[in-house]
Design a protein around this ligand. Sequence first.
Ligand SMILES: C[S@@+](CC[C@H](N)C(=O)[O-])C[C@H]1O[C@@H](n2cnc3c(N)ncnc32)[C@H](O)[C@@H]1O
Length: 262
Amino acid sequence: MTETEMTQEYDAQLMALLEAVWGEGFMSPGGTAEVDRYLDGIDLTGKQVLDIGCGLGGVDLHLVRAHGAARVTGIDVDAALIERARALAQKHDLGKAIDFRGVEPGPLPFDDASFDVVTSKDSIIHIADKHALAADIFRVLRPGGWFVASDWLAGYEGEPSAEMRAYLVAEGLDFGLASAARYREALLAAGFHEIRIFDRNEWYREQARLERERLAVELYDRLADEVGKDFLEHEIEVWDKMIVAVDQAQLCPSHLRAHKPN
Ligand SMILES: C[S@@+](CC[C@H](N)C(=O)[O-])C[C@H]1O[C@@H](n2cnc3c(N)ncnc32)[C@H](O)[C@@H]1O
């Protein structure tokens, strides 16, 4: 499969809307401040970092500029996003420090022990087999390396609430949500130690309302022109459904970290 034949789940309209709400290069909430929070205490200076689901690349620019990573490899299954991420890195003169690569879903296409740190921001929600994912992350990490990420977790085991189901249907993205217990189990089975999962649901309850307000007021006219009024209205409805799911703690943005023993 060539890069242009790859998946494109996030279309141009959705990308434009997400970037307007979340900032240049970001398709997930909280921007660089949220990246700093989940990386708290992890030193990336001079390190080789893999970012799974790099999207538009905003996270990766930040890992080099603010955290001193020596080299970041950002991978994504969406060719259009990879192209835009490359352009963003060029624009900021970071093309040499960051390698954006289109990949197919499945095993990570890297040798064992290739990276000091594996990170991901709100992307592994799309990968349903958490055991295979955790084992593969463990494999590509060097001994002593860290997996440090943020992701959308399920606040339930088994079936979601009716409201959560309504949100998932409205969102229409290909989600492979898992609970904190399932992530913990997968990371443990892979061989990780020092597993920590930190629930950011309370933070996002407030944040999601601010985002919804910005879409409906401050950004409304600009986005109605850019993405069309119908699409914008649909996305505001998605936000309304998401806010209910977040309030019910069915949808829990969370920080995850785990250490590969030396
Ligand atoms: C919500 S976006 C987050 C992008 C970026 N990390 C950010 O925070 O702005 C999720 C990304 O995961 C990518 N993705 C989905 N399945 C993937 C897979 N199996 N491997 C790598 N990336 C994947 C999507 O194409 C999308 O760019």
